[in-house]
Ligand binder design. Structure first.
Ligand code: HEC
Length: 142
């Protein structure tokens, strides 16, 4: 028989469980937002993916890391030669990625070097990007 007290208790327990679920249980909406930012809006994909034979970022190796494909014609100190592999976020915590994308600080506390743009995403967008990157196929071990 329906017991309103028990039902209320169950609802409270349910709400608590939802509240403490880890942030990396990504919703479909969050993943779509992350994909939109990475693939279409911010062109992360262009720098962080190896190129195919036609010089386009290879979708089969999206975000698996690549050498920087251009050099500055003016002197830029600390130019980075490589855009690191981020597919699957192997060896990264979500917090490291969120800090990189909201504050421009790398995983070891270093300011990110050019040509990595000094992004200032808000926390929700940075978390969506991290959630999306986790879903990508990691680069094969070298
Ligand atoms: C114009 C090229 C370019 C674009 C566009 C770009 N990146 Fe980068 N990114 C780099 C380079 C180069 C580095 C390495 C910087 C360094 O070594 O300090 C880097 C570093 C990073 C790092 C730090 C990784 C580490 O191990 O230090 C993260 C995280 C990152 N990029 C995420 C992104 C995301 C997400 C986007 C899109 C929103 C993006 N990048 C767009 C070139 C780019």
């Amino acid at each position: 028989m329906f017991n309103p007290k028990k039902a209320a208790a169950a609802a409270v327990v349910g709400a608590c469980v939802l509240a403490v679920l880890p942030s990396h249980s990504a919703s479909k909406q969050q993943l779509e937002r992350g994909r939109y930012l990475v693939v279409r809006a911010s062109m992360c994909i262009d720098c962080h993916s190896p190129m195919d034979a036609k010089g386009n970022p290879d979708p089969a190796r999206a975000m698996q890391g690549a050498p920087t494909m251009f050099k500055p014609i003016v002197k830029v100190p600390a130019w980075a030669e490589t855009a690191p592999a981020l597919a699957g976020l192997v060896g990264y915590t979500d917090a490291q990625i969120v800090r990189a994308l909201t504050a421009g600080i790398g995983p070891t506390g270093n300011p990110l070097r050019p040509p990595m743009p000094p992004f200032r995403f808000d926390k929700a967008d940075a978390e969506a990007i991290a959630a999306y990157l986790r879903t990508l196929k990691p680069a094969p071990k070298r």
